[in-house]
Design a protein around this ligand. Structure first.
Ligand SMILES: [Zn+2]
Length: 66
């Protein structure tokens, strides 16, 4: 069964081209090409995050490691 997918999952899988800045076994950081700011970098967990609200709660500790 295909799991949920979003733009972040596709970047993690390499299905979507992105400029990877940094990654380890838990998180991946890449340049946000959609952003107006030239130096906007997104750092996300490699596991699927349904919404940004989930990101701010469940993964707070994980994001703190970034
Ligand atoms: Zn996802």
């Amino acid at each position: 069964m295909e799991s949920e997918r979003c733009i972040f999952c596709e970047i993690v899988r390499g299905d979507l081209p992105a400029e990877i800045i940094y990654q380890n076994d838990k998180v991946i950081a890449f340049r946000d090409i959609r952003s107006q700011a030239p130096e906007h970098i997104l750092i996300i967990p490699k596991e699927h995050i349904p919404t940004l609200n989930d990101l701010s709660t469940e993964h707070k500790e994980l994001m703190g490691n970034c």
